[in-house]
Design a protein around this ligand. Structure first.
Ligand SMILES: Cc1cc2nc3c(=O)[nH]c(=O)nc-3n(C[C@H](O)[C@H](O)[C@H](O)COP(=O)(O)OP(=O)(O)OC[C@H]3O[C@@H](n4cnc5c(N)ncnc54)[C@H](O)[C@@H]3O)c2cc1C
Length: 467
């Protein structure tokens, strides 16, 4: 039996930084990884998808070259093998970087294998049993595969197996019109595939406001993506030309036929094969590990960080979990996830940057609110770049002037949103933003102007679809 001060299970977005911190504090630690160093983000999530999206953006821009007065001799051709090779190189460098980092840490032993609890302080990996007083679970999640009738009889892809694709699907059918599904949808459409998105809800990205979802849908449809909403009773079957998906929608034919099927219907935590019952660690009905605001489980000495605790589903939330745990353990700083402001992006092009509450959530509070909305057609920088899709929407508390939330769908939306986010962390009123001098020409330069355009939000109806 090998005794350590601490054990970390998983090398996702929290584990490696925590490992470095524990070692710095003089601890002898073990890090266990069962598959690819760096976890989802590095290997099958953020890094590879954003790399592929960059290739897709170039393909789209090349096709639009004439709009900018640039003539290409011949058409732009996407070489999928080269696209994949670029993605593999960038993702591979990150993975190797994490692996070398972990293996190079002094007083850190790296185990490659599947970890399971034997008891609250004991972990088995392969033939070895490790013990520690502190155990940090950072096991992440994987794609959900719902039991759609017929699914077992057809070949389907998930975000993980999509990473091996180096050909152009003739027609990619994607079940799931949320963040993961839409990024793949636009990327493959731009590579040259026909793409159909099948979504069970009445709108895409169901948790976003209707106007945001409608504008995203418009952007995708303009590029030729077929969107099927309200799809009920989804079944899959083999077809001469690939797969067919039966969907009962209010509109459109009841069957979608394609060459490839991608499932993008959510994620589930990797907690079912971790022996949590042997440690007495409580999970909720969906398998997420229950934690308090400092990421402690119900068992003293065991923490859960990242996607597996259900408190976030992003790289930045996993990393923030690490910061909170480290601050509490080492810095006498009682940081807490209760202080976190919701923030994320949807990386279609143009991206959607989100902070705080949606308009729908604000309305549910039934408190006096101010709203400002501006289409990207009225943002000089967007006009100059020829990318005027989307809009900016900002919500402010009418009483104390605090910013409640914002959606920035448009060029640079993933960066611009941080102006709002930081002000929310500062707890500052909107007048601080209104008086700031921003740089011209940028998208962000319009934020102070918008603060002068705030109007009372009518609590009875959602703001109209589009700006
Ligand atoms: C297609 C896609 C795109 C995404 N894009 C973004 C994005 O743009 N921005 C963003 O913020 N987030 C994005 N995400 C989400 C992001 O990837 C995750 O939120 C993030 O990786 C979670 O990190 P984590 O540390 O919780 O776990 P993970 O990164 O999932 O890592 C968990 C690690 O634990 C290991 N493990 C699991 N069980 C065991 C075990 N029993 N023993 C040993 N090891 C184990 C796994 O092999 C894995 O390496 C995306 C996700 C997907 C699927």
């Amino acid at each position: 039996m090998d005794k350590f001060d601490a054990i970390i299970i998983g090398t996702g977005q929290a584990g490696p930084s925590l490992a470095a911190r524990l070692v710095d504090a003089g601890m002898k630690i073990a890090v266990i990884e069962r598959k690819l160093f760096g976890g989802t983000c590095v290997n099958t999530g953020c890094v590879p998808t954003k790399t592929l999206i960059a290739s897709a953006y170039v393909a789209k821009t090349a096709r639009r070259a004439a709009d900018f007065g640039v003539r290409l001799q011949g058409e732009a051709i996407v070489d999928m093998k080269a696209v994949k090779a670029r993605k593999d190189a960038i993702s591979g460098r990150s993975r190797t970087g994490v692996e070398q980092w972990m293996k190079g840490l002094k007083s850190c032993t790296v185990y490659q294998g599947h970890a399971q609890f034997l008891s609250p302080g004991e972990i088995v990996v392969g033939n070895e049993v490790l013990t520690a007083e502190k155990i940090f679970i950072n096991v992440g999640g994987r794609a959900s595969v719902p039991p759609f009738p017929g699914l077992a009889e057809v070949e389907y892809l998930t975000n993980s197996s999509m990473m091996d694709v180096d050909l152009l699907p003739e027609h990619l059918v994607i079940i799931g019109g949320s963040y993961v599904g839409l990024e793949f949808a636009q990327m493959y459409r731009r590579f040259g595939s026909a793409v159909t998105v099948v979504e069970m809800q009445p709108q895409l990205i169901a948790r976003e406001d209707e106007d945001v979802a409608a504008a995203v849908g418009k952007i995708l449809e303009q590029e030729g993506i077929d969107i099927r909403l309200n799809a009920k009773c989804i079944t899959a079957a083999r077809h001469d030309t690939g797969i067919s998906v039966t969907v009962e929608c209010a509109e459109g034919p009841p069957q979608v036929t394609g060459s490839h099927l991608l499932l993008a219907v959510g994620r589930r935590p990797n907690t079912d094969d971790l022996g949590l019952d042997k440690a007495g660690v409580r999970i909720d009905e969906r398998g997420y590990i229950e934690v308090d605001d400092q990421l402690r489980t119900n068992v003293p000495g065991i923490w859960a960080l990242g996607d597996c605790n259900g408190k976030g589903a992003f790289t930045h939330t996993a990393y923030n979990d690490f910061e909170i745990v480290a601050a509490n353990l080492f810095d006498n700083d009682r940081r807490s996830i209760a202080d976190r402001v919701t923030a994320y992006a949807l990386y279609i092009d143009p991206p959607l940057g989100r902070a705080g509450m949606t308009e729908r959530q604000v309305r549910e509070r039934k408190e006096p609110t101010l709203i400002a909305k501006r289409p990207m057609t009225k943002v000089g920088r967007a006009v100059e770049k020829g990318e005027t899709e989307g809009f900016i929407k900002i919500l402010v508390h009418a009483g104390d002037g605090r910013l409640l939330g914002a959606s920035v769908l448009g060029i640079g939306g993933d960066e611009v949103i941080h102006c709002i986010l930081d002000l929310m962390y500062a707890g500052a009123p909107y007048t601080v933003l209104q008086r700031a001098m921003h740089i011209h020409p940028t998208v962000s330069e319009l934020l102070p102007t918008m603060m002068g355009e705030l109007k009372p939000l009518a609590l009875t109806e959602m703001s109209a679809a589009g700006p």
